[in-house]
Design a protein around this ligand. Structure first.
Ligand code: ADP
Ligand code: MG
Length: 472
């Protein structure tokens, strides 16, 4: 287990923020706002069995309520975030402002400068430069080793490694882009962590473009621009800026970023930025800034293939010590195709459910979680609803459709089911095969082609398909 260091204790606010993010996945919005966000993390102590965490609630009643209803979920979330077992204790916050320090014997917490609070929405995180060095560090949970590589992200991953190993050499800046939830932020932290691992003296800053903007505004207001400039232009060997599209249409910020960029680039510091779209599609971005982005290497990440999605799930499950059966991994991966964060979210929810109910994660539980009726993205029908309709029409069991029986009374309905699933869900042949007892993709391809051509010539097949579509 990790030993507690000062820097870890300084990360408390982030720890609770991360835990809240996990809890968002399991607790409904209004409950979250009513009971969980008002909690504060007041003490974290390391014991032989993990972490002992004290949380304070605004009053007796809410302390009692969270203890009764959310203790397990909060413990699971904290455990997930810290990777250590956490034991939770609830206290009631002193009414008097500032009394918190007297309320508990705070040991290491004196090293914690910021008030510990539930996360506020992203806006308004304005603080003066220099006051938050720990916030600018890359997040140690994201590294290259826990990034699963597949065709969709191979190029971005290789570029990120190249930059981490040889900063400011070949690719400066590195510009990574993708739709949300596909690993840009992960890679960005990984670059920083890799550099620090190789060279512990390397000075690396990770920040969101939003933070850059907020800090800039704050520095302008408080006449601290010289400090701001010194900080960003001179004090780092590598700067990682997330979601750079945020600076578009903010002319002062863009101007400042432009000069920061030039200063860094000309003194051979590495710059890596991410965005939700390529430079030329960032609306309202100044031409000269866009040009700078295109000086280096631009790499995109596309949604991962099914194998990669399964591998990601398995790797997360292994990391968090979650028992995830293969059929569940396949099931989740075929339903959630375009966002790894969502994929992770479902896994976290299933894990929370499993730990709350004491049952193991199962296909049933996963289906229930996705309510079985959740159609494959982009379709109105689920694989299951189609298989059901076909089975009903032909008076068969779903099991028959998934079997390898070759008599025509089973094989024809099976082929029709494959054809309809392909038609209505757009899933790949390989994925469809997984829902028919793991049949080879050529079998599905053959079935789809056969039914398609039979539809033109074979009246009974045409009638059957039509009847099933009506059932749907
Ligand atoms: P983005 O910044 O592109 O919106 P993130 O980097 O925040 O996406 O990724 C969302 C979540 O998905 C993170 O928890 C990240 O660790 C995870 N993730 C994304 N891609 C991968 C991958 N290839 N391997 C492992 N985890 C991944
Ligand atoms: Mg991101």
């Amino acid at each position: 287990m990790n030993h507690s260091t000062h820097s870890e204790f300084k990360r408390w606010p982030e720890l609770w923020e991360s835990a809240c993010r996990v809890l968002e996945q399991t607790v409904v919005q209004n409950q979250l706002h009513a009971w969980i966000l008002p909690l504060e993390l007041s003490e974290v102590q390391e014991s032989d069995h993990g972490l002992r965490v004290k949380m304070s609630a605004p009053n007796d009643f809410s302390a009692q309520w969270v203890r009764d209803h959310y203790q397990k979920a909060i413990e699971a979330a904290l455990t997930q975030v810290t990777a250590s077992p956490c034991e939770l204790q609830f206290l009631v916050k002193e009414a008097r402002a500032g009394a918190r320090e007297d309320a508990f014997e705070l040991t290491e917490s004196r090293a914690t400068p910021a008030p510990i609070q539930a996360p506020a929405p992203a806006a308004g995180v304005v603080a003066g430069p220099g006051s938050r060095s720990s916030h600018d560090q890359p997040d140690p949970r994201y590294f290259f080793e826990n990034f699963v590589v597949g065709a969709s992200n191979q190029f971005a991953h290789a570029s990120a490694i190249a930059v981490a190993e040889h900063p400011a050499r070949q690719y400066n800046p590195l510009f990574l882009y993708s739709p949300p939830g596909l690993g840009k932020t992960h890679l960005l932290h990984a670059i920083g962590n890799h550099l620090i691992a190789m060279n512990p003296n390397a000075r690396v800053a990770y920040l969101s473009a939003e933070k850059f903007v907020n800090e800039l505004i704050d520095s302008l207001q408080h006449r601290r621009m010289p400090q701001f400039r010194a900080k960003y232009r001179d004090s780092y060997d590598m700067i990682l800026i997330d979601d750079i599209q945020f600076i578009a249409k903010k002319s002062t910020s863009e101007e400042e970023f432009f000069h920061t960029f030039n200063a860094l680039h000309s003194s051979k510091r590495q710059i890596v930025v991410t965005s939700d779209r390529p430079p030329k599609e960032i609306e309202g971005l100044e031409e000269r800034v866009r040009t700078r982005f295109e000086w280096g290497l631009v790499a995109d990440i596309s949604p991962p293939e099914i194998e990669t999605r399964i591998a990601i799930l398995k790797s997360k499950a292994e990391r968090d010590d979650i028992y995830l059966p293969d059929d569940v991994a396949t099931f989740l991966a075929s339903y959630i195709k375009s966002n790894v964060r969502e994929l992770e979210g479902v896994l976290i929810r299933l894990q929370a459910q499993a730990s709350l109910t004491g049952a193991e994660i199962s296909l049933e539980m996963a289906k229930h979680e996705l309510r079985t009726a959740v159609p494959v993205e982009g379709s109105n029908y689920t694989i299951e609803s189609i298989q059901n309709a076909v089975a009903r029409h032909f008076h068969l069991k779903i099991q028959d459709l998934k079997s390898s029986a070759r008599n025509r009374s089973v094989s024809l309905p099976r082929q029709i089911a494959m054809y309809l699933i392909r038609k209505y869900t757009g899933l790949g042949f390989k994925e469809i095969g997984l829902y028919f007892g793991g049949k080879d993709h050529t079998t599905i391809l053959h079935a789809c082609a056969k039914i398609e051509s039979n539809l033109e010539t074979d009246q009974p097949i045409r009638d059957a398909v039509e009847a099933i579509q009506n059932l749907l």
